[in-house]
Design a protein around this ligand. Structure first.
Ligand code: BDR
Ligand code: CA
Length: 330
């Protein structure tokens, strides 16, 4: 039976590929997409989710907009976004209005936005689906924490939470904190403490899946409009990762979540106590991962460690092939 999944995301280049993977693979049943402010404003991340669905021919999956900002105002004010990485649209690279990215998204996508808000769509989907559902958050955890606070009894309807966020090593937005967790540390604290099984793919794992020139060449060879769009996305993503972090190839963080659901052997997991730093002067938003068990705290999460990057990219390339309608080459 396919795994029933709700993606809660902030597309975002890597979130966009996670949508493709979840929609394409037969072992995932993509029930809904909810969006959150993160890489860009929630209006832009919602538009981007619709654009990707339009581009990939993903129809009938409801897309609802969620939180426009974190549970609590940031200590120093202002909204944290990742414009330097994902651009002014949140999904820069393709020319969405015209040019090669078009054919999909000239202006308003025809894939609609659900009239419900994300909280209502999450609630309705959890209640109506016959089996417990896996939540896959790949942005700030505001929507998921809001759901847990508003409907604590619905934890029975959640099979597990498989998220991209944090790190068992260092951060990427401050030396200690990863972007998704730093955007809303209080929300992350609620999620890690909610009692539902949590699997965390942090930077220590996601930095192992780099969009190398070989990956770009494989996508290019598919020769479809969708593969061209994907190459444009990755080319832009590579340029900002080079500029901001000096990486020669960009890590495609978020799809490690769905890749794990498809093939659990792709990433090794360790059980550990994970806490979110809420008060540190320099460490707010850090995920403190007790890999050595020195705190004596019971494990509350599984943490992704070693990744089979080749297996991961096989899944991504196949998803783009299937959705783009390219022939299966032997
Ligand atoms: C995470 O932050 C976002 O920029 C990406 O989409 C990913 O979810 C990586 O730190
Ligand atoms: Ca994301």
């Amino acid at each position: 039976m396919p795994v029933p999944v709700i993606l809660d995301c902030d597309p975002g280049h890597d979130d966009a590929f996670n949508i493709l993977l979840a929609a394409a693979h037969p072992s995932v049943d993509l029930l809904a997409i909810t969006t959150v402010a993160g890489n860009q404003s929630v209006d832009k991340t919602t538009l981007n989710a619709r654009r990707m669905c339009e581009a990939a021919g993903i129809r009938g999956v409801p897309i609802a907009a969620g939180a426009a900002g974190p549970l609590h105002a940031r200590p120093h004010g202002g909204q944290l976004i990742a414009e330097k990485i994902h651009g002014g649209s949140g999904l820069d690279g393709p020319s969405w209005e015209s040019g090669p990215g078009a054919g999909f998204g000239d202006g308003e996508p025809t894939v609609p936005q659900d009239p419900r808000d994300a909280l209502t769509l999450l609630r309705d989907t959890l209640i109506r689906h016959p089996a417990p559902v896996t939540l896959v958050p790949t942005g700030p955890l505001t929507n998921i924490a809001t759901l847990l606070l508003a409907h604590p009894r619905l934890t029975d309807r959640i099979e597990r939470i498989v998220l991209m966020g944090g790190s068992a090593e260092r951060g990427n937005t401050t030396p200690a904190a990863e972007f998704n967790i730093l955007c809303d540390p209080e929300a992350a604290d609620i999620v890690f403490g909610c009692g539902v099984p949590v699997t965390m793919f942090g930077l220590n794992a996601t930095h192992q899946v780099r969009a190398t020139p070989e990956v770009i060449a494989r996508l290019t060879a598919l020769g479809t409009p969708l593969s061209r769009l994907c190459v444009e996305l990755l080319t832009y993503f590579a340029s900002t990762y080079r500029e901001v972090y000096g990486f020669d190839t960009p890590p495609l963080h978020d799809p490690l979540t769905v890749a794990h659901l498809i093939d659990p052997s792709l990433v090794s997991l360790v059980r550990a106590a994970v806490r979110v730093e809420l008060t540190g002067t320099w460490t707010r938003g850090a995920t403190v991962v007790d890999l050595d068990g020195v705190t004596g705290l019971p494990p509350n999460a599984e943490v992704g460690m070693d990744v089979d990057a080749a297996g991961f990219w096989d899944l991504i390339v196949e998803a783009v092939r299937v959705l783009g309608g390219a022939p299966n080459t032997p």
